[in-house]
Design a protein around this ligand. Structure first.
Ligand SMILES: NC(=O)c1ccc[n+]([C@@H]2O[C@H](COP(=O)([O-])OP(=O)(O)OC[C@H]3O[C@@H](n4cnc5c(N)ncnc54)[C@H](OP(=O)(O)O)[C@@H]3O)[C@@H](O)[C@H]2O)c1
Length: 311
């Protein structure tokens, strides 16, 4: 029976990492934070209870030594570091790590690998392919395993940064794609952290699996309605876009190597009428890892309170 107690986190200093580290610590894991030699974070964003080591992310030897004694590696590296994870996978195997969780945490890259958005997510797709290959080779006598997790859009982070491209708090307006009725998959940052904890607490059930988890499914119209009810104000829709046009705009950008195409693709992916990316009960990995769901209204309220809009 595999038991995971020690966890090394790569890139735990960014937007998502601190929430994962915090949930791991609350669940009683011993966490080591690994930060790049070249990191420009002058004060490491790891809590004091985390021992932090500098590593050369491009160096097998540096990573292998940092992974020594770790049961699991959780990679939370941002986009520029996605490709470098293959060296980390090799180093984790060499160090005898039992579980590698790659930096996924968004769109289900298994589903979109051959879609235009999949071209932008190619680095993530290739890392999961690489993990699958390694497991097929039977490395470490089958003791090594991986788990990927798609969490959908970061709900609280997305609301804070861009109103999930739906609600403009300052202007008191909204914008929707197609009818605004399509439900899409979202997770709060804390929920992503709890998903990682759930995976590591269920190592057998989650071994070599790609899970799809969420806080809840929500449509743009449901989000606008929640904001209107909680604030008691109207947020009229001032912009309506068509998913088909967003998709076309993304393809045009991608054709000239403009990776801002991602946002167009992402919005078309989530909001196109009939997109079907809301997570069904059968598809949901929440149950497998003992992960509950959250409440849309409470999550919206938390955002509005933080923004000083409601008390
Ligand atoms: N679902 C969503 O809505 C959503 C939104 C944002 C991100 N994501 C996903 O969540 C994951 C983490 O994203 P994030 O926004 O938290 O990342 P981030 O803040 O951009 O970066 C996280 C950490 O990665 C390390 N890093 C930066 N450049 C690197 C490089 N070239 N090589 C290796 N490591 C590097 C840095 O850590 P050190 O400085 O300590 O080395 C950085 O603090 C990614 O998979 C991303 O695609 C999903």
């Amino acid at each position: 029976m595999v038991s995971i107690k020690t966890v090394a986190v790569l890139g735990g200093t960014g937007n998502l990492g601190p929430s994962i580290v915090s949930e791991l610590l609350s669940a009683g894991f011993t966490v080591t934070g690994l930060t790049r030699l070249t990191s420009s974070n002058s004060t490491p964003a790891y809590p004091d209870s985390v021992s932090v080591h500098k590593v050369d992310f491009g160096s097998f030897d540096s990573l292998k030594s940092a992974f020594s004694g770790q049961d699991a590696v959780v990679s939370v590296v941002g986009s520029p570091g996605i490709g470098a994870q293959k060296v980390a996978v090799d180093a984790a195997i060499a160090a005898g790590v039992k579980r590698f969780i790659p930096s996924e945490f968004g769109v289900n890259t298994r589903k979109v690998r051959d879609w235009p958005i999949g071209k932008i997510l190619k680095g993530k797709v290739e890392v999961v392919d690489y993990l699958i290959e390694k497991v097929k080779e039977g490395v470490n006598g089958g003791e090594f395993g991986w788990t990927g997790v798609s969490t959908g859009l970061f709900f609280d982070w997305g609301l804070e940064n861009h109103g999930l491209s739906t609600v403009n708090l300052k202007e008191k307006t909204s914008s929707i794609v197609d009818s605004g009725n399509e439900k899409f998959q979202v997770s709060t940052l804390a929920q992503v952290g709890r998903a990682v904890v759930g995976i590591l607490q269920h190592p057998e059930e989650t071994k070599n699996k790609y899970l799809v988890t969420s806080s809840f499914q929500v449509s743009q119209n449901e989000l606008i309605k929640a904001v209107e009810e909680l604030t008691g104000e109207k947020f009229p829709v001032v912009k309506r876009e068509k998913a088909e046009e967003l998709q076309k705009a993304g393809e045009e950008k991608l054709a000239v190597g403009d990776f801002r195409a991602f946002l167009d693709f992402l919005r078309a992916y989530n909001h196109r009428d009939g997109a079907g990316n809301a997570v069904s009960e059968e598809e949901s990995g929440n149950g497998l890892i003992g992960l509950g769901y959250e409440d849309l209204r409470e999550s919206v309220r938390a955002w509005l309170v933080k923004a000083g809009v409601v008390e």
